[in-house]
Design a protein around this ligand. Structure first.
Ligand code: CO
Length: 134
């Protein structure tokens, strides 16, 4: 069902500083920040030859990502995103297998303007999984 690794997401306390680390120290290509109010984050994408790193900074006090940063003040790995061909078919098959989809289980438009869903970390080896329809 899952295809390529689309990105690994890292929550950071300071997006400007994190962008500088990836751009100036690690020598990667880094995008400009984009606010995503409906997800409560500001995102920067780091382009790698085979995948992307998504840097996330909480946006607004209600951001679910703020809680993560309270537990991990220096930031840390937040989720992995796998590509799927049909997100509704993937969701239905996962739910039938007993997996929990976060929220109302309806795909939302993610950072690449494509439908995304998140799967409960307790059902997937302690890792928050994002599925993105390609
Ligand atoms: Co993501």
């Amino acid at each position: 069902m899952i295809g390529k690794l689309n990105h690994v997401a890292v929550v950071v306390p300071d997006l400007t500083a994190a962008s500088a680390i990836y751009r100036d120290i690690l020598g990667a290509k880094v995008s400009t920040p984009v606010d995503m109010p409906e997800h409560g984050v500001t995102t920067v994408f780091v382009e790698l030859p085979n995948t992307k790193i998504e840097l996330l900074q909480p946006l607004g006090d209600e951001s679910p990502t703020s809680k993560f940063l309270h537990r991990n003040p220096n930031g840390g790995m937040h989720h992995v995103c796998y590509e799927v061909a049909d997100i509704i078919a993937a969701r239905d098959s996962l739910v039938a297998a007993g997996a929990r989809v976060l929220g109302d289980a309806e795909p939302k438009i993610g950072a690449h303007n494509k439908p995304v869903l998140f799967l409960h970390p307790k059902d997937f080896c302690g890792t928050l999984i994002e599925l993105e329809q390609i």
